[in-house]
Design a protein around this ligand. Structure first.
Ligand SMILES: [Zn+2]
Ligand SMILES: [Zn+2]
Length: 221
């Protein structure tokens, strides 16, 4: 399985950085885009740097409804794509997406999306706002890697939900205000992205496990 960071607050050369998050998960048979960043133009530019056209994407999974995660959606919707989103999304938005996609998959409980890729199900943040995270099984059987959007529910809760799919091996994405950094102990791969407030402390605490995030980064799992 391959994971490419498409949209992030930081970027490698040739890619544009912006506040938001998106990554592309490629399994043997499927291309899953997780979140779409804030701007469609930047999203498309960065996808093109990877040689990806919107028609190549089979599934778009959205973590939560904040603009820096769904702002680029319109630019990648196409008639062949399935959109997997938390059931808490506003009805009007669901209807709008349904018109431009092949199907909508509403998520509430944890489940498999495609082989090797799972959702934690929606975790409630506040009334009317929930967030789902993805869980990826590594090819070598080391365990599971959690992929978060903003990380609003807190990594503690997200990890608890992800453990249903295997031993925690790594975490990639927005850690938001997460501060119980000792909970990262035992993970082999830590990639704090997007709005992670304690990036510097995490790097200092786990220098051998942390990989620097940025649009353009690719990792094999
Ligand atoms: Zn958010
Ligand atoms: Zn965010």
């Amino acid at each position: 399985m391959k994971l490419s960071i498409v949209y992030d607050n930081e970027a490698n050369e040739g890619f544009i950085n912006d506040w938001g998050f998106s990554c592309l998960i490629e399994t043997e048979d499927w291309k899953v885009l997780f979140d779409t960043g804030a701007s469609g133009e930047i999203l498309i530019h960065n996808l093109q740097q990877f040689g990806i056209q919107k028609e190549d994407i089979d599934i778009i999974a959205l973590s939560h409804k904040h603009w820096d995660h769904i702002g680029g959606l319109k630019a990648v919707l196409h008639p062949g794509v399935a959109v997997c989103l938390p059931s808490s999304f506003p009805l009007g938005l669901k209807k709008h997406i349904a018109k431009k996609a092949a199907s909508i998959v509403e998520v509430s409980e944890p489940k498999e999306i495609v082989p090797g890729v799972y959702t934690t199900g929606e975790l409630r943040i506040v009334l009317l706002l929930t967030e789902q995270s993805l869980v990826l099984k590594t090819k070598g059987g080391e365990g599971v890697v959690v992929v978060t959007g903003c990380g609003h529910p807190g990594l503690e809760r997200i990890f608890e939900a992800a453990k249903a799919f295997g031993k925690l091996y790594g975490v990639i994405g927005g850690f938001h205000g997460f501060k119980k950094l000792e909970l990262l102990h035992g993970l082999e791969l830590i990639i704090p992205c997007h709005g992670t407030i304690r990036k510097k402390e995490i790097l200092e605490m786990y220098p051998r496990k942390v990989v620097r995030c940025g649009a353009g980064m690719v990792i094999e799992l």
